[in-house]
Design a binder for this molecule. Structure first.
Ligand code: MG
Ligand code: ZN
Length: 167
């Protein structure tokens, strides 16, 4: 079975000015590409799971979101020769009470099924309690809640995953 690291997007991988609707506004934190390469080299799939209620609010078009994720992959390829394996997102507003918006685990559990990923060898990294809760409810081995935009905490989570995954 495959194993994966599920990644929140905004403020985990990239600075978030709020409802990023244009690839021009999207940039990775400078430490992210090389850290993700370590995970990729260790055999983990990389799957972004992101609440994008800007779509449901009419602030972000789905085509723009695709273009933003293409830019993310282009940046990762340029910096480290890697890409994200899949981008999963919830487009709904909180008041729609959907079942996929984190902290619901559905974005993760559907990916587990779709890619035959073993949750007991997989991890979640995100900056919100809702990320942590989604990972926990999906039955992942471990979830890491890091401070928004923290280089040190992101690197520490990756190091712990690599250490734990090699045991
Ligand atoms: Mg976030
Ligand atoms: Zn949803």
């Amino acid at each position: 079975m495959a194993k994966a690291v599920f990644l929140d997007r905004d403020e985990t991988l990239n600075p978030d000015p709020g409802y990023i609707h244009d690839p021009e506004l999207f940039n990775l934190f400078p430490w992210v590409a090389s850290e993700l390469k370590k995970l990729k080299d260790a055999g983990f799939m990389l799957i972004v799971v992101s609440n994008q209620s800007g779509i449901g609010r009419g602030l972000i078009r789905e085509a723009s979101l695709r273009a933003i994720h293409e830019k993310c992959d282009a940046l990762l390829t340029e910096a480290a020769g890697i890409k994200i394996d899949s981008y999963e997102f919830c487009p709904h507003r909180p008041d729609e009470n959907c079942d996929c918006r984190k902290p619901n685990p559905k974005l993760i559990t559907e990916s587990l099924r779709k890619f035959s990923i073993d949750p007991s060898q997989s991890y979640m990294i995100g900056d919100r309690a809702s990320d942590f809760e989604a990972g926990t409810r999906a039955g992942l081995k471990q979830s890491f809640q890091i401070p928004s935009g923290s280089e040190e905490a992101f690197k520490k989570a990756v190091a712990e995953i690599l250490e734990s995954g090699s045991r």
